[in-house]
Design a protein around this ligand. Sequence first.
Ligand code: PEP
Length: 249
Amino acid sequence: MLKPILAANWKMNHGPTDARAFMRNFLAHYRRDNDRTVAFFPPSITLAAVQQALADRHEFVLGVQNIHHEASGAFTGEISAGMARDAGARLVLVGHSERRHVFGETDEQTALKCELVCKAGLVPMLCVGEKLEEREAGQTEQVVLRQLDAGISRLEPTNVATMLIAYEPVWAIGTGRTATPQDASAVHAAIRRHLRERIGERAAVLPILYGGSVNRGNARLLLAAPDVDGLLVGGASLDAGNWAAICQE
Ligand code: PEP
């Protein structure tokens, strides 16, 4: 069994001052013996504050929410994979539904980003998920596997084997509507079957997280579902006590 991964995506919340207060509160509620991997995706401007607050706590993993799909250049406001690594990130979210559907990120860009992340020695957490109309049209697997194939298209099998996948149905993100554990399991199993064709038995241990309106009330059941290896949590990760409780469900 994989050690479950609990990942907090703070989106555009918590500047450095808030983050320092959050971490004091979180650490006060978090048991050191918790047998989980806990990751934080703060805004990149907040990464240093989180890193400092967790300086002597090496069990936590830090990541950034996005990088640009080119390695460097005149891209005002953007950050690169190399800069993320330099700032202390180990993980990078790629293809989050807000990047895809609010900022128009394409499958080709997610492929380039995954490639740059791996080249920088970091680990991509590739997010995939269908929109409501796609689910209702019975296209869930087709959409998710297309996004998956695109995201890994420029990677060597060794890189694919060490990445993370987050299945996040778009209709469940920030809506209060969660996939049932059975629905999540079915999609996760399809992702794993598909990855097996690419990387063989290493797919059995590739972490596939579920995300979409996870909260204290549903985290335990989702985590217990077959093929669900962790949770990617937005809104419910913003309160330190709440997040510590979810991490210990
Ligand atoms: C997310 O942003 O990745 C997410 C899952 O958000 P929420 O938990 O708020 O639905």
